[in-house]
Design a protein around this ligand. Sequence first.
Ligand code: TXA
Ligand code: MG
Length: 383
Amino acid sequence: LSGSLPIITDPASEKNLLEAAKIIRGNLEPVAFPTETVYGLGGSSLSDEAVKSIYRAKNRPSDNPLITHVSSVDQLNRKIYQEKLSSPFQNIPKAYHALISTLWPGPLTILLPVPAAEKSVLSKLTTANQPTFAVRIPSNPIARALIALSDTPIAAPSANASTRPSPTMASHVYHDLNGRIPLILDGGPCKVGVESTVVDGLSKPPMLLRPGGFTYEQILELGGQDWKDCKVERRKAVADGEQVKTPGMKYKHYSPSAKVILLVPEPQRTDSDRIAKLKYLISRELQNEDVNTVKKLAILTSLHLGADEIQDLTLGDSKIKPIAVKLGNSGEEIQANLFAALRQVDEIDNVDLIFVEGISEDREGLAIMNRLRKAAGDHCISF
Ligand code: TXA
Ligand code: MG
């Protein structure tokens, strides 16, 4: 955990990393960088100016706190607690030890108490004035190299414009933030594809605040005794002004411009049942809509559909062009493809209506359905 860093042999990437680190240390503009989950938009967690520049670039409400990214536990102790310690975990409550020993670096975010006011160097804007701060060690080598090279704890929300789906490719960041930020480090597509799992081990029982890259089942299994009765935060929305544990849930999220309809699956349907039901739901929905405005519609599904089957989904209505995108065969594949598929049909294909087939809400399904329910809002129908 003290962090063996990747060796960068490509001089071009080293030059870009150094450039990005320099911007981070300048505290004026945020930099987009890849993580294993989604692209982040980073600036120093210790600087009010840097954090303001992040909120500004993505147009994010400033009462929604940011996750701080460190490259090692050693860096956390040095830069945030400013202490030399006899044991590296001294500042971290025992409840987290088993979890972070196995899941860091990786898509796990934990809440820690903010150090006492006179000792805290964290910007209050990073934490939106909460008594806790969120922190993780990403596993993506470019992310960790950037954090280590700048020797700065980096506050980074997802690098999308606020309310849009999170970016899993550099081109998504470019689409949303072109002209608003000085640099994007391109690390290719993100492997995990949904954001980190946020857990609160300071409360009793411990809570899973946001499902993400590690599953609830993994947290229960690997967290040790303390996590056996970990609960999942289920509240969808809260009243204005109410203090919430995960303030992110107050806001609109993951929304394409096109209307999204989530098909919530009933168990044990055959493929032909699903195709028949899909046709029925599409024709029903098209009668609801002002039909003239739907020229293109997309179906995101784990079904494998041939060209004829796709055309047949709109029952031969030649005025409407259906596009099908296969999301994947497993929870992991669907998770990795989800945001890119939503953006593809919304931003590139410019469809007017998106049907997404959900999956059962266990393992990766919990995070996937959490994001899809937010994207669809009230438009959820049983499938
Ligand atoms: O995978 C990820 O976590 C990505 C990459 C870039 O690391 N980052 C990310 O950040 O998803 P963001 O800002 O989009 O989501 C941060 C989540 C929000 O739901 C926020 O409310 C919650 O973490 N959060 C941050 N600080 C918190 C705190 N002190 N207490 C409770 N929730 C907190
Ligand atoms: Mg986000």
